[in-house]
Design a protein around this ligand. Structure first.
Ligand code: PFF
Length: 445
């Protein structure tokens, strides 16, 4: 059940929507390689730490950190891990819901047969039309926030886990189908080469920061989502094994999405750096030109919405769980309040694609969707890595060794390897990437 819930949180828009588009914007293979290294050396060790903290505390992240700080005689500042997670979750969900709304809009478009025989130009234009229409975006954003709030309000767990058990494999199979289509699209070798042959001249400090930030985002790390689910993990389950399984499944889905999308990009002469609209511009071409495309297209965007939904639930669960624990608020009231605030903030993202759009430069890269890009950079590239860094230091240096050995279930080879990486490699890696990206090392040049 923990694996299902955590996989539901990890696999989402990050894998299918974000991974392909940021890979396209950051030059392909070299970015993918750095991302994979970050998953292995930063993501997996921190996931294990986060699960461990959650299982030891057995409460919402805020109260878990409060309890652990007391148990371990640590300084109170470590409690900020719980608080910053709540803020990050709120910010992420506000734009995540808008993008999930695009997926909902595409369910309807697919079902109406609008993809049939669609050309690359028509598909790009159709997406642009959605983006520039705040009214449509608001409708879908609202619907998605209502769906999310209702589930969190009811605290439905078992139903969701059953659904993950069936729908995740279905999503996986549809991705395989798309990869099959991509193989015959005429762009497969170019697409695969783009993804897997690294051109190291493309690597800059900003690219590395984006890859590392994405490792946190895609695995739902650094904000307490995995900590909440860790609090349900039975005492005898292996933290190491479950974390590795989740990370592998998550990475597998992302790579499949990349393999489905880039061949279509090349076969149709589309720009790899198309940005956040990439999958919405490319996949309709595939569905529109395959037999049964209306059916498969509808099903695909439904499953994508579902994957986004299970992630969204984990984004507000930490704060709702905390409100319910502490403030004697009912779950429905807590969920509605947080849902309403998130929905309101989401309006900023809705408008950032049209009337409120502005350009700015962040680490040598020009961004054109104003506040949406700022929320994304602030959360994925800054807040989650900082939260994760703090968790690594807390679990690796602040907690007593015996406490972590006990939770881990022994101090065999896996424990020693984990502890070494978590204490030295992970914190050093995250810190160096930050310092480099923010220009601290290049001060004189
Ligand atoms: N991991 C989710 C995705 O890849 O879509 C997004 C996410 C969920 C990020 C939960 C952070 C989080 F806490």
């Amino acid at each position: 059940m923990f694996i299902l819930a955590a996989t539901g949180s990890a696999v989402g828009l990050g894998n299918i929507w974000k991974f392909p588009y940021i890979t396209g914007e950051n030059g392909g293979g070299a970015f993918v390689l750095v991302y994979l290294v970050c998953i292995a050396l930063v993501g997996i060790p921190i996931m294990m730490a986060e699960v461990l903290l959650g299982r030891r505390g057995r409460q919402s992240p805020i109260n878990t950190m409060r309890l652990l700080v007391k148990d371990e005689n640590a300084a109170k500042v470590w409690q900020f891990i719980g608080w910053s997670g709540v803020v990050a979750g709120f910010l992420i969900l506000s734009y995540y819901s808008v993008i999930a709304g695009w997926a909902l809009a595409y369910v309807l478009r697919a079902a109406r047969g609008l993809f049939t025989g669609i050309t690359a130009e028509a598909s790009t234009a159709a997406f642009g039309e959605l983006l520039s229409d705040p009214k449509q975006l608001m409708i879908w954003h609202t619907l998605f926030m209502v769906m999310t709030t209702v589930v969190v309000a009811r605290g439905v767990k078992s139903g969701l886990e059953q659904a993950v058990r069936v729908l995740m494999p279905a999503l996986f199979i549809l991705l395989l189908l798309l990869v099959g289509y991509a193989m015959n699209s005429g762009g497969f070798s170019q697409g695969a080469a783009f993804l897997f042959s690294p051109d190291f001249s493309k690597i800059t400090a900003g690219v590395v920061l984006t890859a590392m930030g994405h490792a946190f985002f895609t695995l739902s790390l650094g904000m307490g989502a995995i900590m909440v689910y860790g609090s349900y993990l039975p005492d005898d389950a292996s933290i190491a094994k479950t974390s590795v399984i989740i990370a592998l499944m998550d990475t597998g889905v992302a790579l499949l999405a990349g393999l489905a999308i880039f061949p279509i990009v090349f076969a149709n002469g589309l720009p790899t750096g198309a940005g956040p609209g990439l999958i919405f511009q490319t996949l309709p071409i595939a569905f529109g030109n395959m037999p049964g495309g209306t059916f498969f297209g509808t099903l695909f965007f439904l499953l994508l919405t579902f994957a986004a939904w299970t992630s969204a639930i984990s984004l507000i669960e930490p704060v709702v769980a905390w409100l319910v624990e502490n403030r004697r608020v009912s779950r429905p009231l807590a969920a509605s309040l947080v849902g309403l605030l998130t929905w309101l903030l989401g309006i900023v993202t809705v408008m950032s694609f049209s009337a409120w759009a502005f350009e700015f430069t962040f680490i040598n890269e020009t961004k054109s969707n104003g506040m949406f890009d700022i929320f994304d950079i602030l959360t994925a590239n800054i807040m989650l890595p900082l939260g994760g860094l703090a968790m690594a230091i807390f679990a690796g240096w602040v907690m007593k060794r015996e406490s972590t050995v006990e939770e881990f279930g022994g101090d065999g080879f896996a424990y020693k390897l984990w502890r070494f990486v978590l204490r030295y490699i992970t914190p050093l890696g995250v810190t160096v990437v930050f310092l480099k990206a923010f220009g601290v090392f290049d001060a004189g040049s």
